[in-house]
Design a protein around this ligand. Sequence first.
Ligand SMILES: [Zn+2]
Length: 231
Amino acid sequence: MATDQSRTPTDEDLDTLSRQLGRPVRDVVEIGARCRQCGSPLVATTAPRLSNGIPFPTTFYLTHPSVTAAVSRLEAAGVMAEMTERLSEDSALAAAYRQAHESYLAERNAIAERTGVGAVPEIDGVSAGGMPERVKCLHVLAGQALAMGPGVNPLGDETLERIAEWWTPETCDCAGAWDHSAPVPERDRSRHTKTQGFGDEAVEAKRAERARRAQAAKNEDSTAEGEDARA
Ligand SMILES: [Zn+2]
């Protein structure tokens, strides 16, 4: 069945993104990729300059919980270090990865232009995910591969291939992947939103949960420090 694959985010899309992430999204200017079956967002495209003026280099952000969790499994298995090592040994791969970096920058400039954000010279030449020399975040690479299609980022394509056991672009498990009837998160509950865009939500959530447990295990008289430990 054909679904609406429009990049223009609807109010419903923005609510879905907030439910997927468990926090309100902001400065989402496009839907970078959608589920081919049901049209749910897979990737949020964030403005290269946030409405508070801060330059924001991470344009494509994976939001679908099934995809982010699968990519987190790869990261936990040490795939980033493996890929970074291959970049130093395989000059063809390194060249293709550098081209992916250039494509990322070009697409970000195009998005800035078509969404009226305008030039963001502060992040000229700065992409994301460790590009062009290293691999620091597979979510960024997979997000680019989903948003820009196959053949753009070789390691993004490879990331999608390597999570195929858990999720592929052809499958739709959106119904059970997040709570579709949950109240939409309305307020920014985090003091670290500026940096969350660069990391992995699932990992950060686990880290926060560990911090909470560790804090609970300790005596509970230092509540101020406990607050600080929460992501
Ligand atoms: Zn779906």
